[in-house]
Design a protein around this ligand. Structure first.
Ligand SMILES: Nc1ncnc2c1ncn2[C@@H]1O[C@H](COP(=O)(O)OP(=O)(O)OP(=O)(O)O)[C@@H](O)[C@H]1O
Length: 231
């Protein structure tokens, strides 16, 4: 169980409160108007934005002040964060060891992660020689290799076309299922949220709300979201 307990996060004039629990293994879409604080919430979970008050707990352990690398999560960002001068295998290997001095076993694990995301045979390529979808797959492989129980995705596939997005989201859902991962994904698109299934956390008016079932939530969205969704 991931708990945001009486959390307050401040960034300049902006303040966000969160008091919510997410069951382990749940797939959560984080949705809300632009500037509402979705990225801020996930950055605070990752340890990149300080928390003014409250605690974050994962399975009863207080991780509020844990160093980012030691937290139980791995993040996928929109631009995939790949290093252009490194090969696919090295970009993934960075998830294990920043100095890239991988043992034979670690190199084998990189190959297994690449195979899982459908990139067998791509390990020697540079990111520039990959399609957008393939770059997203590399980013996913890197997260897989870190073997963390929570996968956090901040508008991960926003740069991809609709068909590719559907494909990548189903890969995320499959992997999450296989490994029993808890998923938190920021998205602007209700279709993405519906495809991820699971629950939705609404971030609006300075509050990140308790997760509710995504289908019924989007069938009758609250006023704060309706204007933003254009419905
Ligand atoms: N470093 C910062 N200093 C001050 N204010 C900030 C900082 N970073 C973000 N903010 C403010 O915090 C608020 C929340 O930003 P955040 O990026 O979390 O929103 P978001 O919901 O992810 O938006 P979007 O959907 O547009 O990506 C915004 O009002 C933003 O201007």
């Amino acid at each position: 169980m991931l708990i945001f307990e009486d959390i307050e996060i401040r960034q300049g004039d902006f303040a966000l409160r969160a008091n919510l629990s997410i069951e382990a293994g749940l797939k959560v879409s984080v949705i809300g108007p632009s500037g509402a604080g979705k990225s801020t919430l996930l950055s605070a979970l990752g340890g990149f934005v300080p928390i003014s008050s409250g605690r974050i707990l994962w399975n009863n352990e207080d991780i509020t002040h844990t160093a980012p690398a030691a937290r139980p999560l791995a993040m996928v960002f929109q631009d995939s964060n790949l290093f252009p001068h490194l090969t696919v295998a090295h970009n993934v290997g960075l998830g294990l060891k920043p100095n890239l001095k991988l043992t034979a076993d670690e190199t084998a694990r990189v190959a297994t992660a690449l195979a899982r995301v459908g990139l067998e045979g791509f390990s020697g390529r540079k990111p520039a020689a990959l399609s957008g979808g393939q770059q997203s797959r590399v980013a996913l492989a890197r997260v897989l290799l870190r073997d963390k129980p929570i996968m956090v995705l901040d508008e991960p596939f926003a740069a991809l076309g609709p068909a590719l997005r559907v494909e990548m989201l189903s890969l995320v859902a499959e992997i999450a299922q296989e490994r029993g991962l808890t998923v938190l994904m920021v998205t602007h698109d209700p279709k993405d949220a519906r495809q991820l299934d699971g629950s939705t956390v609404l971030v609006a008016d300075g509050v990140a709300h308790e997760p509710v079932l995504t289908g019924p939530f989007l069938d009758a969205p609250p006023e704060a979201l309706r204007k933003y969704l254009g419905s």
